[in-house]
Ligand binder design. Structure first.
Ligand SMILES: [Zn+2]
Length: 680
């Protein structure tokens, strides 16, 4: 469905604009609505044609530039994986692993035939647990590097705890182990503790899911065991730290000497746990969630051994279900797909296979991807843009009136040491030693998780590579890595509508350039102010700087609070503030960078637009998106980003936009010069 939608709507439009206006390539002229004045509703001026002719596919709740490009990248990626799978034994080792991983995931017959056999060893080890000491050993052997507190922000693991190997808060030149809370099947503690009707219904569905999984695995007495497993998880949830506290890095810097764990968190046999997790040699571990680690360790001591064994059995099966026979995979989707997030049907198996192969062998796939889909000239062009935008940001810091001289010096040091990765990492991850076999889908996943864990262990205490990436090249996204003072812009986002080497540069600066500026500015906002030029956790702002920043920020929050996308439901200016600041800063720095690079930009550009108009239209079309009312409601209530419409409309804070489209007083988006927000 999505495939057809893309082909029908996007490709022909691209051809139309190519034929008519060679230099305006990637700007979707037909997707605009010239009957709307840009000064009244910039989002609809840039995207109204697309909004009128495009419907959200039935299996989606939102549709926009990011998801449409993701779809295209998935199609490219699966083609590479299928080629690798077809070349069989003749393929080079990395491609061989990719092909075998993909093929094994797709081989449903083999998965069906094997039943639970691939899980037998793990289930037997759990069944053999005879006392709490042996329990600690099994729990430790299950620890994996499956969380990420700051880069890709993933706080959830259904294993008892999660490990993150990252630069040390106090010594960012070296890697250290961070230990995060875990142990829940549902995503968050609130899912267990909320008492509203919807949450209670979800809790009942989860309880039923636990029982169904045990029944499918022919575990006797499933009903009673399921109830006890749920009670244990509920107790774990009660000692968990909330999401709001989890993202507060000032609460996370708790280095515990290894020897002190038994005293600070009694109940779990830590010596055995760390021995099984291969962590005994570490002098310290940073405990991200100290109260949760203490609470969970106490539960290991208090709750009966048999309940823990049932709990481990359930999670071993539940976690493996996507790669177990269809009945298990379907049961898992019914809960995690339908009950939890409202999806009506499973994604096509090939899409799940692409995601799984990317998760296991991301760099091997990424290497194939960039060879085929990222021409060196495109990378060079994007790098040139980054240089110009970073330089523009540096000039903005020079001329800021609210920043003290001492803080300004620190900000400039931070710009100087910023590492920006474009397209793909300078060094690829080496997968030699990882065995991937056709016909062993679950084994492949388990071996790659263990391989990844050992790779994390191997770097503890070693020097940090600032140029290391935390996203694969085939990800449509961009990321700021605060502990490395680094940015990653993967190859996959260097595509229309974000970037096109053949497009007018003004348009590229407005589109990907503003995304680049957005990510740079995160290094210098309220979050960025907590990490210094080396990535050390050390606030480099004075209270006065913070007060000035806050004053501008409050006015921007008020601007967003005024938007009312659904009757009675406004954008939450506070919730979305950091991202809105980054948008204003990003488009401003991108505009400066483009002006510096191209000299006089007021002349005629491609397709009858001026260069400045192309810049802002490039920006406006990046935020092309629509959402069903239910989804819009949920975005407005919980998402840290404002809906795309209002991100596009932030052009009203930029002086050059008024001149570019001749927007004067009286237009709906008009702001008097003193009402326009300039944070940077
Ligand atoms: Zn952001």
């Amino acid at each position: 469905m999505q495939k057809a939608l893309k082909r029908e709507l996007l490709a022909p439009l691209l051809l139309t604009s190519l034929a008519l206006t060679p230099g305006a390539r990637a700007l979707d002229v037909a997707g605009m609505d010239p009957s709307v004045h840009s000064g009244d509703d910039f989002f609809r001026y840039a995207n109204g044609g697309w909004l009128k002719t495009t419907e959200i596919p039935p299996d989606r709740s939102t549709l926009g530039s990011f998801s449409m490009l993701e779809e295209k990248v998935s199609e490219r990626t699966v083609a590479l994986m299928r080629e690798a799978a077809a070349s069989g034994k003749s393929a080079p080792p990395e491609a061989g692993r990719v092909g075998a991983y993909y093929a094994a995931f797709m081989d449903e017959n083999s998965i069906e035939e094997k039943g639970l056999a691939p899980l037998r060893a793990e289930l037997d080890a759990i069944a053999a647990i005879g006392d709490k000491a042996a329990l600690a050993t099994v729990l430790g052997s299950e620890l994996r590097a499956d969380v990420d507190a700051l880069n890709n922000t993933n706080f959830h693991t259904d294993r008892l705890f999660g490990l993150w190997a990252a630069p040390d808060f106090a010594d960012p030149a070296h890697y250290v182990a961070y230990l995060l809370q875990g142990g829940l099947g549902m995503p968050d503690r609130d899912d267990y503790t909320n008492t509203d009707e919807k949450s209670v219904a979800l809790q009942d569905k989860y309880k039923a899911h636990v029982v169904s999984v045990l029944r499918l695995a022919k575990v006797p007495d499933a009903e009673a065991r399921g109830a006890r497993i749920y009670d244990l998880e509920r107790a774990i949830a009660e000692v968990h730290v909330s999401r709001t506290d989890s993202v507060d890095v000032n609460k996370a810097n708790n280095p515990w000497p290894l020897a002190e764990f038994p005293k600070r968190a009694p109940g779990l046999d830590w010596a055995r746990y760390f021995a099984a997790a291969d962590l005994s040699e570490q002098p310290k571990i940073i405990v991200w969630h100290p109260t949760a680690v203490t609470g969970i360790a106490a539960l290991v001591g208090e709750k009966p051994l048999n309940v823990w064994k049932d709990y481990l059995t359930f999670h071993a099966i539940d976690r493996a279900s996507p790669l177990l026979p269809r009945a298990f995979a379907e049961e898992r989707f019914q809960f995690y797909g339908t009950a939890l997030v409202g999806a009506r049907q499973q994604r096509d198996r090939w899409k799940r296979a692409v995601a799984a192969t990317n998760a296991a062998l991301g760099d091997a796939v990424g290497r194939m991807y960039v060879q085929r889909h990222l021409p060196p000239e495109a990378k060079a062009q994007a790098q040139e843009m980054v240089r110009n935008i970073v330089a523009a940001f540096r000039r903005r810091i020079d001329t800021l009136d609210w920043m003290s001289a001492a803080t300004r010096a620190k900000a400039k040091a931070k710009v100087e040491s910023l590492y920006v990765g474009i397209g793909y990492p300078e060094r690829w991850r080496d997968y030699s030693g990882l065995t991937i076999e056709r016909g062993d889908a679950l084994g492949n996943q388990q071996r790659s998780e263990l391989f990844d864990y050992r790779r994390s262990l191997a770097r503890l205490g070693k020097g940090v590579d600032k140029s290391e990436w935390s996203m694969t090249p085939q990800t449509v996204n961009a990321v700021n890595l605060p502990l490395q003072n680094a940015l990653n812009f993967p190859a996959a986002i260097l595509n229309p509508p974000f970037f096109d080497p053949a497009a007018d540069p003004a348009q590229n600066y407005g589109a990907i350039g503003s995304v680049i500026g957005h990510e740079i500015s995160h290094s210098f906002d309220d979050q960025g102010s907590l990490f210094d030029a080396d990535g050390r956790l050390a606030n480099w702002w004075t209270p006065e700087d913070f007060a000035h920043f806050r004053a501008a920020a409050d006015r921007l929050a008020a601007q967003y609070d005024a938007y009312e996308p659904l009757p009675g439901l406004h954008v939450n200016g506070k919730l979305t503030l950091s991202e809105n600041i980054a948008d204003v800063a990003g488009i401003s720095a991108a505009y400066d960078g483009y002006r510096a690079a191209s000299g006089d930009s007021r002349g005629a550009g491609a397709g009858g637009f001026t260069h400045d108009q192309l810049f802002f239209l490039g920006f406006g079309q990046v935020w092309r998106s629509q959402a069903r009312p239910e989804a819009l409601r949920s975005i407005l209530m919980t998402n840290g980003h404002a809906p795309g419409e209002f991100r596009a409309d932030t052009v009203r804070n930029v002086d050059a936009w008024y001149a570019a489209f001749d927007v004067g007083p009286g237009r709906r988006l008009y702001l008097a010069p003193e009402a326009r927000i300039r944070v940077w």
